[in-house]
Design a binder for this molecule. Structure first.
Ligand code: NHR
Ligand code: GAR
Length: 224
């Protein structure tokens, strides 16, 4: 068996919260739509619910509390060492809420992905759903992208669009977007695990083809 095509890729998943995206990776691995194993889950918050999901599934789970480090750089160096101890092929930010310093990003460049709950380049940073509602936008969504030093500025791999309805609150919209995050994030990871996806000098290639800005667009038809 060639290593290239069939070896199960190793993932390390970083979380800070509920871990529903982590759960979508656990489900996709179990079901076989993602040919990978989750080598470890790491949280910067001891209270992250996602840690329990990992523990219940027998996945090594680690807390690295950023408040115990004197600087971002030192936290990132320790985090990078723990990640490397699991020899991952791909590192997944799944609701990870700490901005990462350039040395960390460069250490994992091309094998570090994030999902951001907006249609980037719109609304990088925090409070994306409220900002989209306040702006009167008709659609919202989520973007999977390679992480670069520019916050939420790395090139996009795949986007899902969902409608915004008049009565939406940020919470309602967040839940609608989250449902589709759970489809597109394991999908992007599977492309990477199959060797179909790469970051090439700031561009994203899928099957050796340059992706457009925004990446692959998955339009979701809303059952209503
Ligand atoms: N790091 C780099 N260098 N580049 C990216 O694209 C990153 C990143 C780290 C995290 C996720 C991102 C998101 O999808 C992400 C992308 C945290 C903040 C933030 O302001 C912003 C964006 C993202 C994650 N964090 C505060 C901080 O001071 C803390 C907020 C909190 O703890 O609640 O780090 O949205
Ligand atoms: C998701 O909506 C994710 O896109 C977002 O946080 C949620 C995490 O949910 N990420 C960020 O805002 C990153 N700053 P989860 O913990 O249930 O996966």
């Amino acid at each position: 068996m060639s290593d290239r095509s069939t070896r199960r890729r190793r993932l390390v998943i970083l979380i800070s919260g509920g871990g529903s995206n982590l759960q979508s990776f656990m489900d996709a691995c179990a079901e076989g739509s993602l040919n990978a194993e989750i080598a470890a889950v790491i949280s910067n918050k001891v209270s992250a619910k996602g840690l329990e999901r990992a523990a219940n599934a027998g996945i090594p789970n680690i807390v690295l509390d950023h408040t115990e480090f004197p600087s971002r750089g030192e936290f990132d160096a320790a985090l990078g060492d723990i990640i490397d101890s699991f020899s991952p092929d791909l590192v997944i930010l799944a609701g990870f809420m700490r901005i990462l310093t350039p040395p960390f990003v460069n250490r994992f460049l091309g094998r570090l992905m994030n999902i951001h709950p907006s249609l980037l380049p719109k609304y990088p940073g925090l409070h994306t759903h409220q900002r989209a509602i306040d702006a009167g936008d008709k659609k919202a969504g989520a973007t999977v992208h390679f992480v670069t030093a520019e916050l939420d500025g790395g090139p996009a791999i795949v986007q899902a669009e969902v409608p915004i309805f008049k009565k939406d609150t940020a919470e309602i919209l967040a839940a609608r977007v989250l449902e589709y995050e759970h489809h597109i994030y394991p999908l992007a990871a599977q492309w990477f695990c199959e060797g179909r996806l790469e970051l090439d000098d700031g561009d994203v290639l899928l099957d050796n083809e340059l992706l457009p800005e925004g990446g692959v667009c998955v339009e979701i038809r809303q059952k209503r």
